[in-house]
Design a protein around this ligand. Structure first.
Ligand code: HEM
Length: 508
């Protein structure tokens, strides 16, 4: 890592006019952030409701399965696209991305969320967000607590819309990047690795652009199997004689699902590269090690999904080995370069812990610990016991809720002033971070402990109430504490990001 001293900052000061950061782009990014925030709070409250159902037996269990599907699909989509919009703002200082494409991806993502809301909340569609075939259209005989098979179709279309909207974002990043750098090689840092350009040269790429570029490639790659499986499922709906091979469909669904869930943390890292160094008063240029790590991620992110199929006896064993090795390998580039790099950036920098750097740094902790939880579960001998237990939600909530989402919050706090001209209440942000982190960690730790006790996941109720419900009750307490933190900052961030919101209270 190249350590360059710059002057530390505590906020994103207004900047001179930059082509990529037009007023339209500024407005669109604010709209993305405000909408993401509102959906996020609603979906987190649904998370709390699930723990309420599991601990207190308060609602018909069909509601649990509908809510778990809505919460999972909604959180994955909103976190992914929210992070992509903030990362777009980061790289817009060099890349002129299209505002029209941002509007199109917004309409597609929001339509997807409305479709998921309709199918789950009206149709009580509830196979889990991974919609494994044939469950969505075969929920069991009428009157046995399932849903009408037709509700699968709005959900399928929603999945396709999210895949395509992220791929469209990817096309735009690549188009704008190639235009800005003249060729893909310079965008991805080939000139730096070959020694022709220094990382600190004016025209050199930077880690946020490399991260966005790699995610753009992966977005396009993921849209292909995503579209294939949805077309197959729709074709089966039109003509039931059209056969969907079950194992093949599971491979495609888990490939797409694993990728979409994984991207968030890498998009978040792209934001962190640009923001954290500003508070530490140091620069984070695209050193050779950072660029090579990102090139490795291009491949290591693709193959770990096989670890979702260890228990499928029909899957060739060689693919299990690939899944195991790739899962371990995927930890190295991120751990060695990004997490270690962030520690070095902050170490003895005299950083002032306002909400932006605090959330970004806390996100690294969630990423590291959630990542270790995932590595353990990707070990076949451990997976044999942990598969389908609450260990799975434990590791991915640590990684996403206490990793990716905190990266997003860090970016939201940092860019508030630049995007809106208004400053969030930093003291309130600091206080709420205590609630969010304390509550969030209670939520994930109860998942971890329950998982280690072999409590099964995706069950509204299980026949062993004490073991199950005690964990769910502690989780409910954690979720309530986190909800207080979220609600504390929600009003303030809406005041900042939504023009006119809270104007009356501002005047008084
Ligand atoms: C206060 C915050 C949250 C709470 C209390 C919460 C709670 C829950 C609960 C109880 C489940 C069901 C676990 C099971 O029985 O298998 C669940 C599933 C899930 N959650 Fe969360 N969650 C929260 C935040 C998040 C965030 C921030 C994300 C992603 C960014 C997320 C993504 C998911 C996903 C993908 C599932 C799996 C859905 C499925 O199995 O189909 N959650 N959550």
């Amino acid at each position: 890592m190249v350590d360059l001293q710059t002057s530390p900052s505590t906020t994103s000061a207004p900047e001179p006019a930059i082509a990529g950061r037009s007023d339209a782009a500024r407005r669109m990014t604010s709209i993305w952030i405000a909408t993401t925030g509102v959906f996020f709070v609603v979906l987190a409250l649904f998370g709390l409701v699930m723990r309420l159902i599991q601990s207190q037996n308060v609602l018909d269990d069909r509601w649990y399965y509908a809510i778990v599907t809505l919460h999972g699909a909604g959180m994955i989509a909103i976190t992914l696209m929210g992070l992509a919009s903030v990362l777009s703002w980061v790289i817009r200082d060099r890349l002129v991305m299209s505002t029209k494409i941002s509007v199109a991806t917004y309409v597609m993502t929001m339509s997807a969320i409305v479709l998921v809301l309709i199918s789950t909340m009206i149709g009580r569609f509830g196979p889990g967000w991974t919609f494994l075939y044939p469950l969505p259209t075969n929920p069991g005989p009428a009157g046995t607590g399932g849903w009408s098979p037709g509700w699968a179709y709005p959900y399928y279309i929603a999945v396709a819309l999210v895949c395509l909207s992220f791929a469209l974002w990817g096309f735009d990043v690549l188009r704008a990047g190639i235009r800005a750098f003249g060729n893909p090689g310079r965008m991805f840092g080939f000139d730096i690795v070959s020694g022709r350009t220094k990382p600190t040269d004016a025209g050199a790429t930077n880690p946020s652009i490399v991260a966005a570029g790699i995610m753009a490639l992966e977005a396009i790659l993921t849209a292909i199997p995503g579209t294939i499986i949805i077309v197959m499922l729709l074709a089966h709906g039109i003509d039931p004689k059209f056969d969907v091979p079950v194992l093949f469909s599971k491979n495609l669904i888990y490939f797409v699902g694993h990728m979409l869930a994984n991207f968030s943390i890498y998009l978040g890292a792209g934001i962190m590269y640009a923001v954290l160094p500003k508070y530490a008063g140091r620069a984070w240029p695209a050193a050779k090690s950072t660029i090579i790590a990102w090139w490795c991620i291009t491949l290591t992110i693709i193959f770990p999904y096989f670890h979702h199929l260890y228990m499928d006896f029909a899957q060739p064993a060689a693919l299990d080995v690939v899944g195991n090795v790739a899962s371990y390998a995927s930890a190295l580039p991120s751990a060695v370069v990004t997490i270690f790099g962030a520690v070095l950036i902050v170490y003895r920098s005299g950083i002032r812990w306002s909400p932006a750097p605090l959330f970004l740094y806390a996100a690294m902790v969630g990423w590291a610990i959630g990542g270790v939880g995932a590595l353990l579960d990707s070990t076949p001998a451990i997976n044999e016991t942990m598969h389908n237990t609450l260990w799975v939600p434990a590791h991915f909530h640590t990684y996403m809720a206490l990793g990716a989402v905190l990266f997003l919050l860090g970016g939201v706090y940092h860019y508030a002033e630049q995007l809106t001209g208004k400053t969030p209440n930093l003291r309130l942000g600091g206080i709420s971070s205590i609630f969010i982190l304390l509550g969030g960690w209670i939520v994930v730790l109860t998942f971890f402990v329950s998982g280690a006790m072999s409590v099964v996941r995706r069950y509204a109720y299980v026949p062993d109430p004490a073991r199950y419900r005690n964990g769910a009750t502690v989780g409910l307490v954690g979720a309530s504490i986190a909800a207080v933190g979220l609600l504390l900052i929600a009003g303030d961030l809406l005041r900042v990001y939504v023009p006119g919101f809270g104007r009356r209270s501002e005047k008084s």
